[in-house]
Design a binder for this molecule. Sequence first.
Ligand SMILES: *[C@@H]1O[C@H](CO)[C@@H](O)[C@H](O)[C@H]1NC(C)=O
Length: 380
Amino acid sequence: MTRELAIVIILFLSVITNSFGDFQDQMRSYHDTLYQRSWQHSSDESKDVNLRMPGVHPIKNDTYLCTAVNLGQRKQYIVGFKPFAEMHTAHHMLLFGCQVPADMAFSRDGKFWNCGDMGKGVCGNQGAGEKIIYAWGRNAPDLKLPKDVAFEVGGNSGIAYLVLQVHYGKVDQFVANPSLKDNSGVDLKTSFAPQKYVAGIKLLADGWSLIPPKKKAWHLDTGCQYGNGPVLHPFAFRVHAHTLGTVISGYRVRNGVWTLIGKGDPQRPQAFYPVKPDKQVDIQAGDTLAARCTFNSMQRDKITYIGATMADEMCNFYMMYWYEPNQNNMETGIPESACLYVDEARLMFPLDSDVPLQGSGVKMQMKRDFAEGPDESGQQ
Ligand SMILES: *[C@@H]1O[C@H](CO)[C@@H](O)[C@H](O)[C@H]1NC(C)=O
């Protein structure tokens, strides 16, 4: 009898503990699910931003149109770009980050503005904080961000708006067909989750020199010494000049050794081109960044200045890089500002720095970025 009672008690206890165990497991998996959901909610949440021209109908050759998107208060991360160039009408597209756009004309409201010759420009506040973060040109390779690399935008990133600029080179199709509308643009893949690496852009530019007439290969050189910041890993570059530019070369100089980051023909589509992956050029504290622009002014009778008018030139080398944000030394601020001017007379460029690229690429009429005057297409 006591034995039977003991068995009953044991059975009873095992039922209780079992069901208690089940209950605990259930609670645990319930919490796991909740945790996973919230985790997914905060870190996997991503969306695609389709930044498109709202059905525009340009009727003048070389029209530049802009449309904006407001990124809002929350920081987000652009992990991918996909160009959407419609009907072979768009010639060239640039995506800018701005503190404020030159016009509060948003793509989602079907609004846009003229940001060409007679227009308002791209970013407001005299272009404060203006940054090119994507460039697309017909017949140029697509820019792909490396894995785990993202541009930080929105929130306190300094980029509150994105502005899409589309250049319509020839508009004959639009003139011929009054109902033709264009929705060219770029689709952005974004995430609210911080990515492992942050993308940035360094611009090396000569902004004050001049080019004498009748020179076959005139150089404008510029350089800066990288200070105390994270190690930078360049992965794409872009060059920009007007019609006189023949070749632009960018280098890293370390202990007197010059390593090419990229060499570009400014007469080809001025998109971002990949840095050759076998190069493995990294930029560390103490390295110098240097760029040389070479111009042919044989056809000119007068001095050509750097600037924004029709007869001016430009000398720009853009380097797109990634870095590990946790390496960032907060005292030095963002890597872009950690490069201090170097006297270009001290830069001993390699002899082949002004040798143009082999073969001539597709000639590009787009010879201009933001803050530049009318281009000189048609003069050559
Ligand atoms: C645009 O340029 C093309 C070729 O240069 C020319 O044939 C055409 O007439 C121009 N269209 C307009 C609207 O000016």
